[in-house]
Structure formats: C-alpha cells, structure tokens
Design a protein around this ligand. Sequence first.
Ligand code: S5P
Length: 250
Amino acid sequence: EKRTRKSYEEKNKETQHHISQKLINIAIAKKSNLIASADVLTTSELLSLAEKVGPNIVALKTHIDIITDFDYEKTIVPLLEIAKRHDFLLMEDRKFADIGNTQELQYSYGIYRISSWADLVTSQVIGGYAAMEYFLNSGIVAILGMSSKGTLTDNHYRNEAEKIAIEHPNIIGGVCQNEISDSLLLFTPGVNLATAGDGKGQQYNTPEHVFKNLHSDFIIVGRGIYKADDAEKASLEYKIAGWNAYLASL
Ligand code: S5P
C-alpha cells in the first residue's frame, strides 16, 4: 500500500519541520500518541482538563471560539503555562477555509490571536496551495478527509488535497480516516473505545483500527475523555490503548 508502518524514531529522522520533530519527541518521551480534544465551553473547564490530561498527551486540541468567557490573559496565558509544565503542544482546530489574505487575518487578529500561541493549526485546503502560505508560526495539519457521515471528502477530493499537503513545506500532516502518504503525519479523530457514533453523524473507530489499518500516527479523542467521569483516568486509558495499538502495528 502507499503507507508503510514506520516507528516514531524513523519518522523523526525523515521529518524536516521543527514542529513535527517536537511532537514526535514528546511522543517518544511520554510513550503517547494521544491528542485530547478539549471541546469544553469555559476557561475553567479548559484549564482543569489541561491540568488533568496534560501528563498523558502529546497535544491538546482546542476549538478556542467555543469558550464562552474567553479572555487572552485568563485563558491563553495560563494554558501556555500548563502546556509548558506538562510538555504538550497546543493545536487550534480552526479548520481555516478561505482565501490566503482572510486566513492570514483570522490567524493573527481578532480576540484569539491564534498565531501567538498555537503550535499547530488545522486548515482545509479548499483554498488551494497559495492560501496555505500565511500560517507562519505553526505547523499546519490539513483536513484531507472527515469522519462525519456523508462528508464530501471523497476519493478525488482527498487525493487532490493530499497533493497540496505533500508539496507544501508548512503542512506537516493531515487529518484523515484513510491512509495518506508516508511523508505526512496522520492524525485520526473519531476514536472512541466505548461507542460507534454520537447520533449526530460522528463515526468512531478503535485505536487498533487506526494504527493497524491506517498506519495513523496520532489519535484525537474528545468526548471519550472530557465527558468521562474521571478525565485523568480516561486519558491514561486512551494513552495506553493508543501506544499498545501502535506497538502492535509495527
Ligand atoms: O474529520 C474530523 C476532523 C476533526 S478535526 N472529525 C472530527 O471529529 N474532528 C474533530 O475531532 C472534531 O471537531 C472534534 O473536536 C474532535 C472529535 O471529538 P469526539 O468528541 O467525537 O471524540
């Protein structure tokens, strides 16, 4: 197939981008390939979740625009401190989808000032190669295929989007439910150990499936962790499940 199973050590040698290297080094040090998605609505929930799951994750994925009481000083400044202390990266799941100029403005301005804190940002590649030029401070994770039922990311779209991702030096990887090129890190959301869907179109797979069949590099888990009675314990369970699935896939 087009993607071979490579270890994080092998990937580390091949990658050029400093953000990929940082992410992989954290994965190796923590024996974790877990990215927790913090889809919570308040600053206190966000910070408390980050504190609990921090030791077990390589990155915390945010949707910063759903934080109802967002305040740069009270939300981002302490989040950066927690990320530094527990050694994880911040990934803003903004899924940019516009022309380059607008994306540049959305990335750096408004109240969120994403460019000043996000190690990684997600972006659609619908705007084409040149639209990807302006996320200068962050590694870009391109949305190549989506996990939701009825998504328009069919084979043709995925292949065209993947070409841009492979060629663009600022794009370090892709979000996808399929295998993608070896030259990209593969991030797979839609992972849950307990359920197959959410009744709103989300479709879940297990860590075993994404490592063995897709040769994924990182799993993204939202409700499986932040909705659990004990988020800290759940993050440890997903961390262990993800790492064991990775080892078994080698
Ligand atoms: O195709 C996708 C791409 C993404 S980034 N499907 C997804 O579910 N996501 C994101 O992953 C989604 O926006 C959410 O933040 C997370 C999945 O959350 P969960 O609660 O379903 O695990």
